[in-house]
Ligand binder design. Structure first.
Ligand SMILES: [Zn+2]
Length: 473
């Protein structure tokens, strides 16, 4: 086998050298003809291009224009876009691949080890990655940012890059955390408690060789802790990340914590503030850092719906979620009572509807009015927030907060590309990567129509969402 591989490798290397610009003209060409193209980077008056044709060569868009004047090269594969809407592939700015969304995935929150050992759950999540990748694509999400997990997160990014059917993945290593989570430590912990600036710099230094897309801080507060001391640790982390030209993402959900994170140098806040109304000082700090904000509105309710045994799949989740995860979402019904952890038992007994994230929604409206770039992200993988179709729950909430459908789409494309750090993503325009979604209904008439992908295109390759899901059943 070894003797066979070596000449093969030589051939592959030669081929990749030969594919330079001269041969790109021979790359397969695809044309989507007569679609309504939505360009969310433009204002409402200019974002819609009716009866347009998009030409793709290889993995790039090469032409976008009126069907009457845009030449379709001979030999191009043609897709009929009439009566359909073409949007950029969506980007989820906040996911975690080490978590599955089911009950067993966060034993630090609710300990179901007696039912499914956590080690088994994490092994499942790793082994299931090829299916999880397909679930993302099926929902029209062609790029995701994993903002924190074990060191094997970097292998997830490599695996996605090598996979036939996978979103583009940007990734972060273990969280530099203000609190300990020993329940999640299987030898390569996703969350590492850091108690000094030196320890923060040391963990950043351990992550740098893997080329993280972000360094991430989990700025979780505990009663009576010293905010200034913690801010100093976050600042040391930010300085170490910035010295390596890497941005800092921070989880900070209270107003004073989020301000401290920004003072320390945060570039990306992955949650909205949910305790108090945001103020001018907070907005000024966001502006000063040119920071992006991902409100992550649904995740808290997701926990409560699932742990109170009231979680129900939306029609989009029934159609597009991982069938294996869907099947496990009602395990509380079958579980022996003595194995249900106290937190879940209490929520089941109370049987309350989770409160709407009112403060977060109001804060999102203020951020939008202030012109802060909003990034769509779900925190998928947390209990009750499923990889893939949870984006439709999240985008519905963004709309309820006061974003127009175009602004919602912008958060999931134009601004997602800013978060991902790749200017070739997030737009239907010549020169951009051909990551696109062909919808059979108007996403600007109803944000719910963003779930109606007929075809998903990533890097010029066309996928049928239904076939992707059928392939993992
Ligand atoms: Zn998260």
């Amino acid at each position: 086998m070894k003797r066979l591989l070596s000449p093969l490798l030589v051939v592959l290397v030669l081929c990749s050298c030969a594919v330079a610009p001269a041969q790109r003209d021979n790359a397969p060409t695809l044309a989507i003809i007569g679609a309504t193209v939505v360009q969310p980077e433009k204002d409402a008056a200019h974002a819609v291009l009716a009866d347009a044709t998009v030409v793709i060569r290889g993995d790039r868009i090469v032409a976008v224009g009126p069907s009457t004047s845009t030449k379709v090269p001979g030999g191009a594969t043609r897709i009929d876009g009439r009566g359909r809407w073409l949007i950029p592939g969506m980007i989820d700015g906040h996911v975690h691949f080490f978590q599955s969304g089911n009950l067993y995935t966060r034993p630090d929150v609710a300990d179901f080890n007696a039912v499914v050992p956590y080690a088994q759950e994490v092994a499942r999540n790793r082994a299931r990655l090829p299916a999880t990748f397909k679930v993302w694509l099926a929902s029209g999400v062609t790029s995701v940012i994993d903002v924190g997990g074990p060191f094997w997160n970097f292998e997830v990014r490599d695996a996605a890059n090598k996979s036939e059917a996978a979103p583009r993945v940007a990734t972060t290593g273990p969280l530099i955390s203000m609190v300990a989570r020993p329940q999640l430590d299987l030898g390569d912990p996703p969350i590492v408690k850091i108690e000094s600036a030196d320890a923060a710099r040391a963990l950043v230094a351990r992550e740098l060789p893997y080329k993280p897309d972000f360094i991430k801080v989990w700025f979780v507060r505990e009663p009576n802790d010293d905010l200034a001391k913690k801010e100093a640790i976050v600042k040391a982390t930010a300085d170490a990340a910035h010295a390596a030209h890497i941005r800092l993402a921070v989880h900070a959900t209270e107003l004073d914590t989020a301000k401290a994170a920004l003072r320390a140098g945060a570039d990306y806040l992955v949650h909205s503030v949910f305790d108090d109304p945001i103020d001018d000082e907070f907005i000024a700090l966001l502006r000063k850092n040119h920071a992006l904000l991902c409100p992550t509105l649904f995740v808290t309710s997701g926990y409560r719906w699932a742990l109170s045994n009231q979680w129900r799949a939306t029609p989009e989740e029934q159609r597009l979620a991982d069938p294996q995860i869907l099947a496990a979402m009602h395990d509380l019904e079958r579980m022996p009572k003595d194995k249900i952890p106290p937190r879940a038992a209490k929520l089941i007994a109370e049987h309350k509807t989770p409160p709407a994230p009112t403060v977060s929604l109001q804060n999102l409206k203020k951020l939008r009015d202030a012109g802060i770039p909003i990034v769509m992200g779900t925190d998928a993988g947390n209990i009750g927030t499923l990889h893939g179709p949870s984006v439709f729950r999240e985008m519905q909430l963004e709309h309820e907060a006061g974003l127009t459908p175009l602004e919602v789409l912008r958060s999931a494309t134009t601004n997602g590309a800013l978060a991902f750090g790749n200017p070739d993503l997030g737009a239907v325009a010549p020169g951009k990567l051909a990551d696109l979604v062909l919808l059979d209904a108007d996403p600007l008439a109803d944000v719910g129509n963003l779930s109606r992908a007929e075809r998903v295109i990533k890097g010029g390759v066309v996928y049928d969402p239904k076939a992707l899901i059928d392939s993992i059943r």
